[in-house]
Design a protein around this ligand. Structure first.
Ligand SMILES: [Zn+2]
Length: 95
């Protein structure tokens, strides 16, 4: 399972402290330069899913950012609002 985070950020899971007061954090790895972290550990996957964005193979994936959704309509809305087509296609070449 692939997770998304801040590049270089430590992947941490909380462990309750003995006595039940507060948490200790255990570092499980680190996001790489692309902000990716991959694991096959089912226990770790369940923990990380609550905290980080993860790659869902059944979802639609935006090619311009790391947005994903399983709803087709939501995906079109995202694309229209976040990545509207420039008015002039050759806009960048004009510079
Ligand atoms: Zn996007």
């Amino acid at each position: 399972m692939l997770f998304y985070g801040t590049p270089g950020e430590a992947v941490r899971v909380a462990k309750p402290k003995r006595g039940g007061k507060g948490f200790n954090y255990e570092v499980k790895g680190r996001f790489n330069a692309e902000g990716h972290f991959e694991t096959d550990d089912p226990t770790l996957i369940e923990r990380l899913k609550r905290k980080y964005k993860w790659y869902n193979p059944e979802a639609y994936h935006c090619t311009k950012c790391d947005f994903q959704t399983t709803k087709r309509g939501e995906f079109s809305v995202h694309y229209r609002h976040k990545h509207p087509r420039p008015i002039y296609d050759d806009w960048e070449e004009d510079e």
